[in-house]
Design a protein around this ligand. Structure first.
Ligand SMILES: [Fe+2]
Ligand SMILES: [Fe+2]
Length: 292
């Protein structure tokens, strides 16, 4: 057929309209306006949680200060204790105090648990529970992979873990706005849902960066939220970008090819073998996160 000739469907006027760019939809406009205007009900950090977050930024962890501060926040204490009693960490007897929870977890899992407990308010949007739980599992896998890469590169693994954990927090912020703002009364039919998730794909990076700024998180966390979808010159964002792709491969091997990931990043920060090991370790992380 000549390139300039219309197809049969075009000639008959039956061509499906081209998909709309997410920025052209009404749902996108509403979501963008409500995020910008500050109508979003952003989760807030309690004073105790903010203090624990600040202690976790220090090079040497002061567990006595962490325990003393965490114990003043019943919700944080409860989350830490339940984390230590989860199937993956359970050892014969249940723990019932913050101190015994942190002792059982050990240094690395304890700092993971503290970050997860602190950030858990982000991952609570009852109307979109399944989506948010999926984002949570994905975020923990990204955090673990990125932190592992950071330790191999000699960076601060704890800081990178937080950046990985928060990288898609903007998705939850957007879902929160959709659950409580103008869109709350919209029937979630196929078209609205498609427009909503396309809008979230577009808006979640800025929404996450704003949340990181509101929570006074280190600049690197905001950078990772803002730039994790592109190869960035920001170190944390770059590690999170690679970890994000590895996690997507583990979640859906069809979505992105492992060799493409390895070939794309080998030599820039890590060598080919280490990248392949990370790709192979990702399903194990995914399985353990499901048990949290
Ligand atoms: Fe993302
Ligand atoms: Fe992600």
């Amino acid at each position: 057929m000549n390139g300039s000739e219309p197809s049969h469907a075009e000639a008959c006027g039956t061509t499906a309209p081209p998909p709309r760019a997410p920025t052209e939809t009404r749902v996108h406009a509403i979501l963008a306006t409500e995020l910008r205007s500050g109508l979003a009900e952003l989760p807030v950090l309690s004073q105790a949680v903010g203090e624990v977050m600040a202690i976790l930024q220090e090079r040497e962890l002061d567990y006595e200060r962490i325990i003393a501060t965490a114990e003043t926040d019943p919700a944080l204490s409860a989350r830490l204790i339940s984390f230590a009693n989860s199937p993956i960490h359970f050892r014969q007897m249940k723990v019932s105090s913050v101190r015994s929870a942190l002792v059982r977890l050990g240094p690395q899992a304890a700092s993971e648990a503290l970050f997860i407990a602190i950030c858990s308010s982000v991952f609570q949007v009852p109307k979109f529970r399944e989506h948010v739980e999926q984002i949570f599992r994905h975020s923990v896998v990204v955090a673990r992979l990125a932190a592992h890469m950071a330790s191999l590169c000699g960076y601060n693994a704890r800081a990178v873990f937080l950046a990985g954990l928060m990288h898609d927090a903007g998705r939850c912020v957007c879902l929160n706005v959709a659950a409580h703002g103008t869109l709350k009364n919209e029937p979630l039919n196929e078209e609205t849902e498609r427009d909503l998730f396309a809008a979230i794909d577009d808006l979640h990076t800025a929404a996450g960066a704003k949340l990181a700024a509101d929570w006074h998180l280190p600049a690197e966390v905001g950078e990772a939220c803002r730039w994790h979808h592109e190869p960035s010159t920001y170190q944390h964002a770059r590690l999170v970008h690679i970890a994000d792709m590895i996690a997507h491969h583990a979640e859906d091997p069809e979505s992105i090819d492992a060799e493409q990931i390895v070939a794309g990043f080998a030599g820039t920060l890590l060598d080919e073998h280490i990248l392949m090991e990370l790709v192979e370790s990702a399903p194990k992380h995914l399985a353990t996160v499901a048990a949290l």
